[in-house]
Write a protein that binds this ligand. Sequence first.
Ligand SMILES: Cc1cc2nc3c(=O)[nH]c(=O)nc-3n(C[C@H](O)[C@H](O)[C@H](O)COP(=O)(O)OP(=O)(O)OC[C@H]3O[C@@H](n4cnc5c(N)ncnc54)[C@H](O)[C@@H]3O)c2cc1C
Length: 347
Amino acid sequence: MAGLSTAQRLLQQGALVTILERGVVGQEASWAGGGILSPLCPWNYPDEVTRLTTRGAELFSAWAQELHAATGINPEYETSGMLVLPPFDAQAAKHWCAAHSAYSVHQVRAADYNLLVQDDALYLPEVAQVRNPRLLRALRQHVELLGGRITEQCEVSDIVVENGQVQALTTSNGKFIAQNYIVTAGAWSKEVLGRNALRLDIKPMRGQMLLFKFNMPPLRHIVLQDDLYLIPRHDGYLLVGSTLEDVGFDQRTTSEARDMLWQRAQKLLPSLRDMLLVRHWAGLRPASPNNIPTIGRHPKLDNLYLNSGHFRYGVTMAPASAEILVNEITGAQQPFDVTPYRSGWGV
Ligand SMILES: Cc1cc2nc3c(=O)[nH]c(=O)nc-3n(C[C@H](O)[C@H](O)[C@H](O)COP(=O)(O)OP(=O)(O)OC[C@H]3O[C@@H](n4cnc5c(N)ncnc54)[C@H](O)[C@@H]3O)c2cc1C
């Protein structure tokens, strides 16, 4: 998501872009994500996260329309709203929504929304969703239509540095030379940067997800309870996620996570008990301290850039992160103060 969205924006500004991808583009964390276009409880995050997710959410509808029009692939952007079940801090939610005009919050009864709980809930009608695999296909196609080159099965193994500049990339397909280099390798960004990572703190954090298929959507809105969420798609698919596991680069799924997610989801939506599990997968989020990504130029190498570490919200943040990074490269004005996104280098 980070690589394709950055490439798309650069191509639209007239740059020549080649993406080097170790496997097949859009098959890692970006494919695995749920596509909720908001932080789970947005009032729990620092301003640096809010600024990027709010800007991303603001740009998303037009971005999805642009991609649909250009490629014929519909990313299925939909303002489906999100119900937040207890425990939550209603006061914090109200204050946050009052301070952020793009959002509103309403106190409702969960039982009115086809859920087996009697509690009061918070409803955020402005929260939207997108279908990641479709968004990625559209993005890939648009990048190619704009003249971008995508070289797959090409692993970057070294960044060759001389005189304060990157001179080339060593890859499994030989050397690549460019004017500027941008690392968008998600959970693997620190490994790709190698000795140039300075004090960057990006590490993998596994998330597992379950997929079910109903004849009719069993819910109208995204439902959130603590870290558990249910995401209804309009064709009856329902995603249940997710875990947050610090297990290194282990991408396996586990029966413990499957049972835990399924049982917790059944308590809210009992009809899930009789459903067949269509698919169970895991992805590695690029985790950063406080969920604040690093976006911008390397402090010591002036033709090396990073757009990574978006942790739980890399889909939501994608259009805003691409905008900020490309503004930095071209010297265009930023939509807000972007200095917090440089602090991840730790120097
Ligand atoms: C279960 C789950 C649920 C999520 N839900 C949401 C959500 O609802 N909303 C939201 O906004 N975000 C969500 N996220 C987070 C979001 O998916 C990520 O933040 C985002 O996808 C990160 O994108 P990325 O492009 O940085 O990383 P990736 O998609 O992982 O892409 C990195 C790419 O770099 C490639 N690569 C790695 N090493 C090399 C190398 N040496 N050479 C060449 N290529 C290399 C990889 O193969 C990969 O294709 C979720 C994530 C998970 C796992």
